[in-house]
Each structure stands twice: as structure tokens, then as C-alpha cells.
Design a protein around this ligand. Structure first.
Ligand code: C2E
Ligand code: CA
Ligand code: CA
Ligand code: CA
Length: 279
């Protein structure tokens, strides 16, 4: 028993060390990837429940890793946030999205606003508003074509600098979106304080529409509350026609999810034909 315990302990030790070194390896690879431009953006549409038109796109980062293949954000964003690399990555994301808008504009495509996800670390430094303003000006893109998404969890534990950065961004004419709504426990007074233009209701709420009446009642309450604060409501993670028709009946303004389209590379985006939603 003693022997097995000992071996078990040593095994544990090694796996901790392995995990540590694989994190370090991933971090070095990420630094390299930033130097060599291995990050690309995918775009996912959100559509108006009234007319089925695409009323915006969400920019979602991907890492084209030379060995591991196409990596999704959950595989590297958490480590980027921990290590601070998210600030550099975030700047590249902004540059890529605004350049893409300029390209679409030059090609004569009808433009829709594109939303960019930002981590709380990017709001703390205070340079985010400048970065946005520099790229918008150099690409001659109207600020109304860019939206900034912050998660409810990140603003719920905000400092004064985070609020200031958000206010500066909003004053430039950029819309603010509260992401993953319903998971971050923000109070109604916090919601009012920040004056968001739109909320994105976390995908777990759309999933609950089908299995219970409470799910529908809950979503209804969120929509009523958001509208009374003059915020548009987007349902995220809409996968079925039934969810879409319930949301439309409840007065949800927009939906996003696999039912409409998965995130796609930019070449497959505008012009997007209107989507026919179930009645
Ligand atoms: P998010 O902002 O909540 O983005 C929505 C996620 O839901 C995306 O995952 C999208 O692919 C996925 N999704 C879309 N439709 C459906 C659906 O119908 N069902 C389900 N189950 N999922 C759906 P993705 O692209 O893997 O991104 C994951 C998260 O990584 C994002 O969650 C966001 O928090 C973060 N992220 C992505 N891009 C960036 C970025 O450029 N900067 C930062 N800071 N974070 C990013
Ligand atoms: Ca988002
Ligand atoms: Ca979300
Ligand atoms: Ca408002």
C-alpha cells in the first residue's frame, strides 16, 4: 500500500510539472503566433427576428496553429488572459476587424456593425479607446459600425478604470454590448449605471426554452427588463426553429446561433440573404 501510495504521489508530481511546462510551451507558441500573424477572425451573423435580415456580425478569433490545426478560443483565451498576452492579441483583433470592414466597404458590400469581444484586462489599461480610434480613423470606418462586447461577469467586478474606458468608448459612438447576460449576477442598478445598448442573453437560457415553462417565463422577464432600460435583446445559441419562434413571439429583437449560421471565415459573409424564420 505504501509503495503504491508513493508511486501515486510521484505520478501526481510529474503531471503537475507536465501541465506547467505545456502551459509555458503554449504561451511561447502564442507569442510566436502574435509575431507571425497566425490569428484569424471568423464572423457569425445575428438576425432581426422581425424581418430575418442580418443586423450584425460577431467577430470570433481563431488560431491557425501550424501543428495543432485550427484552434478555438477556449483553448487559448484563458491562458492569454492570465499571462497578459490578451492585450496584444486584442489589439490584433481590433486591427483585423476594422481592416475587414474597410475591405468590405471598398468592395461595395452593404455594411453591418461588427462586434468585438474584449476581456477585462483590455479595459483596465486605458489604451483600448485609443487603439480603436486610431484604427477607425486610418481605415475611415464610422464608429457606429463597431460594437464592443464585455461579459457580465467581467463588468460585475469592475473597477473605476473599467467604467471610464467603457464610457470613453461609448462617447466615440461605439455601441456597448453586455455579453453572457444571466451568468454574471449584475444588479439592476449596475445595469443602469453602465448604459449598455444591447444585451446578449447567455446560450443556456435559449436551451431552457424547450424543456420548461419556467424557461420561457424567465426569458420573457429578461426581455421586459431590458426593453424597459432601452436595451436591445439578442438571444445567443439559438439552435432550433422552436426556440426561434418562441423568442420571436416573446419580442426578442435578434437571434444568433447555429440555426442561422455557425461562425465563418470572412470570405463567406456579406452579402447575406435574409433568413426565413419560422412564424
Ligand atoms: P462568446 O462571446 O459567448 O461567443 C459565442 C460562442 O458561442 C462562440 O464560440 C460561438 O461559436 C458559439 N456559438 C455560436 N452559435 C452557437 C450555437 O447555436 N450553439 C452553441 N452551443 N454555441 C454557439 P467560440 O467562437 O468558440 O468563442 C468562445 C468564446 O471565446 C467567446 O464566447 C468569447 O468569450 C471568447 N472569444 C472569442 N473571440 C474572442 C476575441 O477576439 N477576444 C476575446 N477577448 N475573447 C474572444
Ligand atoms: Ca460575445
Ligand atoms: Ca456570449
Ligand atoms: Ca440605452
Amino acid at each position: 500500500v505504501k509503495k503504491a501510495g508513493k508511486r501515486g504521489y510521484r505520478f501526481f508530481d510529474i503531471s503537475v510539472a507536465e501541465e506547467e511546462s505545456s502551459r509555458e510551451a503554449l504561451m511561447r507558441e502564442m507569442q510566436h503566433a502574435l509575431d507571425y500573424d497566425q490569428f484569424i477572425m471568423y464572423y457569425q451573423p445575428r438576425v432581426d427576428t422581425g424581418n430575418g435580415h442580418t443586423c450584425g456580425l460577431e467577430a470570433l478569433v481563431r488560431w491557425v496553429h501550424p501543428v495543432r490545426g485550427l484552434m478555438e478560443p477556449l483553448e487559448f483565451i484563458p491562458l492569454a488572459e492570465e499571462t497578459g498576452l490578451i492585450v496584444r492579441l486584442g489589439e490584433q483583433v481590433i486591427k483585423k476587424v476594422i481592416s475587414q470592414l474597410a475591405y468590405w466597404s471598398k468592395s461595395g458590400y452593404p455594411l453591418v456593425p461588427v462586434s468585438i469581444n474584449v476581456s477585462v484586462r483590455q479595459l483596465e489599461g486605458g489604451s483600448l479607446a485609443d487603439t480603436l480610434s486610431v484604427w477607425l480613423r486610418s481605415c475611415r470606418i464610422d464608429p457606429s459600425l463597431v460594437e464592443i462586447e464585455v461579459t457580465e461577469a467581467s463588468v460585475a467586478r469592475h473597477g473605476a478604470d473599467v467604467l471610464q474606458t467603457l464610457a470613453a468608448i461609448q462617447n466615440m459612438g461605439i455601441k456597448l454590448v453586455l455579453d453572457d447576460f444571466g451568468t454574471g449576477y449584475s444588479s439592476l442598478s449596475q445595469l443602469q449605471e453602465m448604459d449598455f445598448d444591447m444585451i446578449k442573453v447567455d446560450h443556456t437560457f435559449a436551451a431552457r426554452l424547450e424543456d420548461s415553462e419556467q424557461g420561457t417565463a424567465l426569458f420573457n422577464a429578461i426581455i421586459t427588463m431590458a426593453h424597459s432600460l432601452d436595451m436591445r435583446v439578442v438571444a445567443e445559441g439559438v439552435e432550433t426553429r422552436q426556440q426561434a419562434s418562441t423568442l420571436r413571439a416573446l419580442g426578442c429583437d435578434e437571434i444568433q446561433g447555429f440555426l442561422v449560421s455557425p461562425p465563418l471565415p470572412p470570405a463567406e459573409h456579406p452579402p447575406t440573404p435574409p433568413v426565413t424564420l419560422p412564424a
